[in-house]
Write a protein that binds this ligand. Structure first.
Ligand SMILES: [Zn+2]
Length: 132
């Protein structure tokens, strides 16, 4: 067995720069979370850049690239901020959700190939008050 002979080249390690978005699950205490409070107490800017990504700013915080798209029958989200990395929930995702509930932004349903102006009834999120 010769180590010098490699018939198959080692594949490049996969980079996680374009990891697929995760299905969004709200943390149990998300109503009490700082993220949610920030969204309610600050101006938010949610600017779509393509069918799944938004540039989101909460208050005078930094602008983050946030993904929110319906695919495989659920809402999938991703964000490049630390909050998302650590907790799988952040003010930017919360801001998109907040606005979507108020028809102030849209989310693409990739399964159906259309745009949703509000969270559809089949998208079960446990708290009804959110949509008020
Ligand atoms: Zn974020």
């Amino acid at each position: 067995m010769s180590r010098a002979h490699h018939p198959v080249e080692e594949p490049e390690p996969e980079r996680e720069t374009v990891a697929g978005p995760d299905a969004l699950t709200f943390p149990a205490d998300w109503h009490m979370s700082t993220s949610w409070r920030r969204v309610q107490q600050n101006e938010t800017a949610v600017n779509p850049v393509n069918d799944a990504e938004y540039m989101v700013q909460v208050g005078d915080g930094s602008i983050h690239r946030t993904t929110a798209v319906v695919q495989d029958g659920t809402l999938c989200c991703d964000c490049d901020c630390r909050g998302w990395t650590h907790r799988r929930f952040c003010a930017h995702v919360a801001a998109i959700w907040w606005r979507w509930c108020r028809s102030e932004t849209f989310i693409t349903d990739r399964d159906a190939g259309r745009t949703l102006r509000r969270p559809p009834a089949w998208l079960s999120i446990e708290d009804q008050e959110v949509g008020q």
